[in-house]
Design a protein around this ligand. Structure first.
Ligand SMILES: [Fe+2]
Length: 145
């Protein structure tokens, strides 16, 4: 099945940090691709779910790197990230042992992810931009995606 997964990130969820917006887009793309695979007729690869979780870990590390570079206090956000990752890993472990089905996991991941952007990353982006404005910095090359 051919899927057009371009431009999945809704405009309302853009946070105006290009590197992070691009990663959010990629996470949406991976979730949509897993949903399509799970509704298809072929076997679902657990490796693709594990790869999504690995990418989330990379994404959280990127946000932490940007925060550190501009001097934004990230302790609270890092704790939230750790808790999020543990919850998603636990849900995936339940998929692996048969206690949860893949659709349930994907509904959970999708709901969590939109909330992550709206509730956690939007204020984070505002803090980053605020710190950059105070120090007279414009957008960094690392944010160019
Ligand atoms: Fe994020």
């Amino acid at each position: 099945m051919d899927l057009n997964l371009a431009g999945l990130l809704p405009e309302a969820l853009l946070i105006d940090l290009p590197e992070i917006d691009a990663q959010h887009e990629e996470i949406f793309r991976r979730i949509e691709s897993l949903k399509a695979a799970c509704f298809g007729s072929g076997p679902v690869s657990f490796d693709d779910f594990a790869s999504l979780l690995d990418y989330l870990e990379y994404h959280f590390a990127s946000e932490e790197r940007i925060a550190t570079a501009v001097g934004v206090d990230f302790a609270g956000h890092a704790t939230v990230h750790r808790d999020n990752l543990h919850a998603l890993q636990k849900a995936f472990a339940e998929v692996r042992n048969g206690a949860r089905d893949v659709h349930s996991f994907l509904r959970y991941a999708e709901y969590w992810f939109e909330r992550h952007i709206a509730v956690e990353d939007r204020p984070f982006a505002a803090s980053v931009k605020n710190c950059r404005a105070k120090s007279g910095d414009g957008p960094r090359p690392a944010d160019s995606g």
